[in-house]
Design a protein around this ligand. Structure first.
Ligand code: DAH
Length: 346
């Protein structure tokens, strides 16, 4: 019995390396464990083994069976690997680098838009929207920007062809339509739609007839903020914006207000930020937004009682914020769709 089993294992071990296909493998296996196989015969032979030798013979039989099963598994594994390699047309080299697994990511401007919106959401602001084609009245007149104001100049603002209409445009006499030059339009639309209190931020695309260079783009993005309530003061404006810059630029970030002019706020300011976490721009005052207290004329234009309501407003360019945060020196990178640039924000 012992020699018989040793011979079966030795024969099988010697034959296995030459087995190259599935049919060969099947008949190889059948010769050993099939109905007429050598191991099957040996198992039948157990009946003739004297009683006292049976336990030892049984153990040996099981060991041989186990060894043969490993041999079958290894042989089949080798055949399968060869099949896969043949399908691929080349041997598999597991040391090759894996294929590019870049699955795409949000555009840096989208990320900054979400981050900025998220900071204001913490202060109870909700997100508001408005159309990109806007009536001249909403874009300028309602924002207290008279007809002869330079911002309305054809050089700056892109006018739509005569006959253009815009969804839900509030009609105020003869209308012209523009591509909105700022998101302050959403202040007007929100106030026309709802009574105070109002606390919104409005991110969105804006358009101007700018010559494209490293810092100008005819198509850019802003986020506008508006808070209308009783007794909103400059302290609230400073508090909101101070919180904003510390969330965005680090807890040590400081702000500075410089007197300025916007038709829709009185008083108006340019706000600068200074932070130690801005690389080569660290420690410098950097202008990031316009802001102020809502001009009572704007309230009158939307039918709010200017003697009851007060408000703060601010507006900033998202490209500018992204450029400062990430140390980007050319605004055109945002629109070039160059994956080498975009992948850095994954
Ligand atoms: N709309 C202004 C611009 O495009 C930015 C701005 C300044 C918005 C002051 C405001 C504000 O709400 O109060 O340059």
């Amino acid at each position: 019995m012992q020699e018989q089993l040793a011979a079966i294992l030795a024969t099988a071990t010697a034959a296995a390396p030459a087995i190259a296909t599935r049919p060969e493998y099947e008949s190889f296996k059948a010769r050993i464990v099939g109905p007429n196989g050598s191991l099957t015969a040996a198992m039948k032979g157990m009946a003739g083994v004297p009683k006292e030798e049976r336990p030892a013979a049984g153990r040996l039989l099981n060991e041989t069976k186990g060894a043969l099963e490993s041999l079958f598994a290894a042989t089949l594994g080798r055949i399968e690997a060869a099949e896969i390699a043949a399908r691929l047309g080349a041997p598999v080299d597991p040391t090759l680098p894996s294929p590019d697994d870049f699955a795409g990511s949000l555009h840096p401007l989208t990320q900054v838009r979400e981050e900025v919106s998220g900071v204001f959401r913490k202060l109870g602001f909700t997100i508001a929207e408005g159309p990109e084609i806007e009536s001249e009245w909403v874009c300028f007149d309602a924002l207290n920007t008279p007809g002869n104001h330079p911002a309305r100049d054809m050089q700056d603002t892109l006018y739509m062809p005569p006959g253009t209409r815009c969804v839900d445009a509030p009609r105020r006499g003869v209308e012209a339509y523009v591509l909105r030059s700022h998101t302050s339009t959403v202040q007007i639309r929100t106030m026309l739609r709802q009574e105070p209190p109002v606390r919104i931020v409005a991110p969105g695309r804006c358009f101007r007839r700018d010559t494209v260079d490293a810092t100008h783009s005819a198509n850019f993005h802003q986020i506008e903020g508006l808070w209308v309530d009783r007794d909103v003061t400059l302290r609230d404006l400073k508090g909101v914006l101070d919180f904003f810059v510390r969330e965005m630029f680090g807890s040590g970030a400081e702000i500075r207000f410089r007197p300025s002019f916007f038709p829709f706020t009185e008083p108006s300011f340019e706000m600068d930020v200074r932070s130690s976490g801005l690389g080569r721009l660290s420690g410098r005052w950097l202008e990031i937004m316009g802001c102020g207290l809502v001009d009572p004329r704007v309230f009158e234009n939307v039918g709010y009682d200017a003697s009851r309501w007060t408000g703060l407003a601010f507006g900033m360019g998202l490209e500018r914020i992204a450029m400062l945060l990430y140390g980007i020196d050319d605004i055109r990178h945002f629109y070039a769709n160059d994956l080498r640039f975009l992948r850095q924000f994954a």
